[in-house]
Design a binder for this molecule. Structure first.
Ligand code: SF4
Ligand code: SF4
Length: 420
């Protein structure tokens, strides 16, 4: 880490425009839980005026979700995320991280540990929903239950696939490789399979990068910088083995955001140039499909509430494409919910480390979603799906939470694209 800790924060004029976009400030009302307050703390830490062990500092930096909602609304162009990452690296070196968080991150990074533990979690998730609830343990079980493959009654009138002038159909679209990730591969492999079917139906030739590993996003957010860089280097080597024109398709917003930033993370590293090349090839699945057309499938009768993941909306600036992907499905009624662009409180390991504030942020999200009365909630990040799914179960609701690409997949299946 060579940049000054506070680099990127200099343009802050303390105007406060960012305050109402900050989920933690909206819950606590405390200036130190706002972007403006945290910027003052980060600048004090950087200048040596505040000690990294100061509990007033660590409390408010730990409470930051890292959702980056404060960046796009800032008229001065403050770059908050990298400064927060550098501060968390410094704090983690100074005091370590909670054992529970370290254990989870070790399982994510070590594929062999994941191969041992994920099958157990997959078996347990079918019973976990019975014990989901509002307690800390109940929410954890609800998160596990929310990883189950699920599907609402898609009772729309069956219709033939619509013809779409903008669609290039099954003509060859080039090569694509799906970013597998850790928790996506372990608990959301049904979303990977849906992604692959939809990409194939749109003319993509799928290839594999068998040596790919966890992207390192969870480690970065927790300040485990060295662990994150080690994972990034392994992924650069894994994807380097593919042709340069192979698009790397992410269906997890946090992982996609991390890979798109590999050039910055590995700046100064011998792999820096290859990391930048890799980052330029990464696309969210919604970006790939909307650029492509996409093919239209059969009609589904569903009310869908789309909840944009912070790491897609704020970190990657991908707002239009997931909505356009859903709009490619006839019969879908998209229902808006208030403050959809506010974080759900998931934020990597945040719900483990900050259960009270995470729960308060989640409560607001669940209230607004329930007011919209959707048949299904769609969101493109595993942490968000688990957090919102747990919140709905705790509220006694069985509304499925799925990835937007799964809805396109159901529409394609209904249209008979996969038959034979
Ligand atoms: S981060 Fe931006 S919006 Fe927030 S107080 Fe500073 S200048 Fe204003
Ligand atoms: S990253 Fe999110 S939680 Fe943190 S200061 Fe910015 S808006 Fe608030």
């Amino acid at each position: 880490m060579t940049a000054s800790l506070a680099a990127g924060l200099e343009p802050c004029v303390h105007c406060g425009f960012c305050l109402q976009s900050c989920p933690t400030y909206l819950v606590t009302g405390d200036e130190s839980d706002s972007p403006r307050g945290r910027i003052v703390l980060l600048q004090g830490l950087s200048a040596g005026r505040i000690d990294p062990r100061d509990q007033a500092l660590t409390k408010h930096l730990d409470r930051c979700l890292g959702c980056l909602a404060c960046e796009p609304v800032c008229p001065s162009g403050v770059s908050y995320g990298p400064a927060l990452e550098r501060a968390r690296h410094l704090l983690t070196r100074t005091r370590g991280i909670p054992l529970s968080v370290r254990l989870v991150h070790t399982v994510m990074a070590e594929r062999r540990l994941g191969q041992l533990l994920f099958p157990v979690a997959r078996a347990a998730r079918w019973a976990a929903g019975l014990f989901a609830g509002r307690s800390r343990f109940g929410l954890a079980l609800g998160m596990l239950a929310a990883t189950r493959p699920t599907r609402p009654d898609t009772n729309g009138k069956r219709s033939p696939p619509a013809t779409d002038a903008g669609c290039r159909g099954t003509k060859p679209a080039g090569r694509a490789v799906v970013l597998r990730g850790c928790i996506m591969d372990g608990l959301f492999s049904h979303v990977h399979r849906a992604t692959e079917r939809v990409l194939s139906a749109n003319g993509f030739e799928l290839v594999e990068a068998p040596a790919q590993v966890c992207c390192g996003a969870l480690h970065t957010h927790a300040g485990q910088h060295d662990e994150a860089l080690a994972l990034a280097r392994r992924n650069v080597a894994a994807f380097d083995a593919l042709d340069d024109d192979t698009v790397i398709v992410a269906n997890a917003a946090g992982c996609g955001a991390m890979l798109k930033e590999y050039g910055r993370h590995l700046a100064g590293d011998p792999l820096a140039r290859r990391a930048e090349t890799l980052a330029a090839r990464v696309r969210d699945v919604s970006e790939v499909l909307v650029e492509r057309g996409p093919r239209r499938g059969a009609s589904l009768g569903l009310r869908v509430a789309y909840d944009p993941p912070c790491h897609l909306l704020h970190a990657q600036g991908v707002a239009r494409e997931p909505v356009a992907m859903l709009d490619a499905v006839d019969g879908i009624e998209r229902v808006g919910h208030e403050d959809a662009d506010l974080c759900c409180g998931s934020a990597g390991s945040y719900s483990l480390a900050q259960p009270a504030l995470s729960g308060a942020v989640l409560t607001r999200k669940i209230e607004t979603l329930l007011a919209a009365r959707p048949d299904v909630v769609a969101t493109g990040n595993p942490g968000c799906a688990m957090q919102i799914g747990a919140g709905l179960l705790a509220a006694g609701e069985s509304i499925p939470v799925v990835h937007p690409v799964e809805i396109l997949d159901w529409s394609y299946e209904r249209a008979g694209f996969y038959a034979g």
